[in-house]
Design a protein around this ligand. Structure first.
Ligand SMILES: [Zn+2]
Length: 249
């Protein structure tokens, strides 16, 4: 299958939006930033060149001045709070969680308070007060206390439930395969998923579609998907790439 054939279903769907005079909102969340790396450079280059806003979920316990200095000259990048240290506190038979019910609520909230303070100090212009729980999982018991920590929104994976205690800005298409051989998922599969998300919003706009990436573990398949996606959508009249800040207003 040629690249053109692979991407045809997205073109067809976007044409349908265009013909209806509709614009779909997309946003890009990339997780696990802590320091400047060649992979981060690649992500910043791709997004800057395409003029696509980027939200980096940064790990506060390991983020420092080098990341702050590097991002300060990338105004298209925002920073959200990615837990505390990305440490797993779940048992060996459970799914990984840092913000689960395994520790006292006050301990976890204290970490999030410290993490928020670190990122606000490092990224005074670019911090967006949104929590991105590591592994996209958080104990429900913590959520009502997030606004008290200055965290005004939550971002996990999957369709958001309406009417929750805090605004949600979720992701819906994860470009990585986390099972078996870790790498980018097949493009055909990702395009079908994105088209499905678009179709679900055609009649009722609903939540923006979040694309989820993890720059540190991208292989060529993952980078190629992201590059092709930005190329196909950045200037398309049916797509508006939005920053997390714009979507949370
Ligand atoms: Zn993470």
């Amino acid at each position: 299958m040629t690249v053109d054939e692979t991407w045809a279903p997205l073109r067809v769907e976007l044409d349908r939006w265009c013909n209806a005079g509709r614009t779909a909102r997309l946003w890009l969340r990339d997780d696990d930033a802590a320091e400047p790396t060649p992979a981060l450079e690649q992500l910043l280059d791709l997004t800057r060149t395409a003029s696509v806003p980027l939200t980096l979920a940064a790990i506060p316990a390991t983020s420092g001045e080098p990341l702050a200095a590097r991002l300060s000259i990338e105004p298209h990048a925002l920073v959200a709070l990615h837990g505390w240290a990305h440490a797993n506190h779940a048992g060996p038979d459970e799914k990984k969680q840092e913000l689960g019910a395994h520790r006292p609520v006050d301990t976890v909230l204290g970490e999030l308070r410290d993490g928020g303070a670190i990122l606000r100090r490092l990224f005074p212009q670019q911090f967006v007060p949104m929590l991105v729980p590591p592994w996209n999982r958080i104990s429900k018991a913590l959520i009502p206390d997030l606004p008290g920590l200055g965290l005004e929104a939550l971002s996990i994976y999957g369709r958001a439930q309406a009417g929750g205690p805090i605004p949600m800005l979720n992701t819906h298409v994860d470009i990585m395969n986390w099972h078996g051989v870790r790498g980018g998922r097949p493009h055909v599969e990702l395009i079908a998923e994105l088209v499905g998300e678009l179709r679900a919003r055609f009649d009722d706009d609903g939540e923006p579609i979040g694309i989820l990436t993890h720059h540190l573990v991208h292989d060529a398949t993952a980078w190629d998907f992201l590059a092709q996606l930005l190329k196909s959508t950045a200037d398309h009249p049916a797509i508006a790439w939005k920053s997390a800040r714009a979507l949370l207003i």
